[in-house]
Design a protein around this ligand. Structure first.
Ligand code: PGA
Length: 254
């Protein structure tokens, strides 16, 4: 059984003080909710304070990015060696990293390998543009993103992998994909993973939906058989709404 994950991507929001406030609102409200792994991905600068706050809870910590070298003259970058031990996960290949910062599948691939070396589980984000979707190229685009990003990754390394399917046209637009539609696409991603690795690995990898997921639509996604949770942007900054999403996810699989 794949454990449902609800992951918060705070993006470039919250000062360290605001992050602290948000976590202190979330923790008591999340306490006692079972069957869901909650992951918080704050900005790098709040990683230390958040890791201290959550250390006695079941909440997991993720980074929003990492570089692929361990150390050296890479001004402004953060390495997986620095995150290891504090974070359990790292988001890689988010469409904002790909689109705004020029990250190719080859760069994402190097980052996945570097993360795996430091026991950081990658949350590999893939997604198609509206243009690709309209032109019927979704399967090709997503297949290429998965295959190229995961090239040379062993089955052992893939065990901790999480994939997030985030159609670019649904991110931050209020225009979420439909649950049934996302389920079909995620099923296709799982078959692609089976081709890259094997059936057992594909069956064990969690695949999340992301893109305008919120308190009103989360149940529609998590109740689908192929969808193992959500990567949540905007709605994760509101404590009440995020907690409601985690609660709904804890019962949505029935
Ligand atoms: P959104 O962002 O929930 O604000 O659409 C999701 C994401 O980019 O991970």
């Amino acid at each position: 059984m794949r454990k449902v994950m609800i992951a918060a991507n705070w993006k470039m929001n919250t000062t360290p003080r605001e992050a602290q406030t948000l976590v202190s609102q979330l923790l008591p409200a999340l306490d006692g909710i079972t069957g869901v792994e909650v992951l918080l991905c704050p900005p790098f600068i709040s990683t230390v304070v958040v890791s201290e706050l959550i250390k006695n809870s079941g909440v997991r910590l993720g980074a929003q990015n990492t570089y692929f070298e361990d150390k050296g003259a890479f001004t402004g970058e953060i390495s997986p060696a620095m995150l290891a031990g504090m974070c359990q996960y790292v988001l890689l290949g988010h469409s904002e990293r790909r689109g705004l910062f020029g990250e190719s599948n080859q760069i994402v691939n190097r980052k996945i390998k570097a993360a795996a070396k430091h026991a950081l589980n990658p949350v590999l984000c893939v997604g198609e543009s509206l243009e690709d979707n309209d032109a019927g190229r979704t399967e090709d685009v997503l297949g290429a993103q998965l295959r190229q990003s995961l090239e040379g990754i062993s089955i052992a390394e893939a065990r901790g992998l999480v994939v997030a399917y985030e159609p670019i046209w649904a991110i931050g637009t209020g225009r979420a994909a439909g649950g049934a539609q996302a389920n079909v696409t995620i099923g296709m991603l799982r078959r692609t993973l089976a081709g890259i690795f094997d059936e057992a690995t594909a069956a064990s990898v969690r695949i999340l939906y992301g893109g305008s997921a919120n308190g009103a639509n989360i149940a529609e996604f998590v109740s689908q058989p192929e969808i193992d949770g959500a990567l949540v942007g905007g709605a994760s900054l509101k404590a009440d709404e995020f907690v409601s999403m985690v609660k709904q996810a804890s019962t949505a699989k029935g």
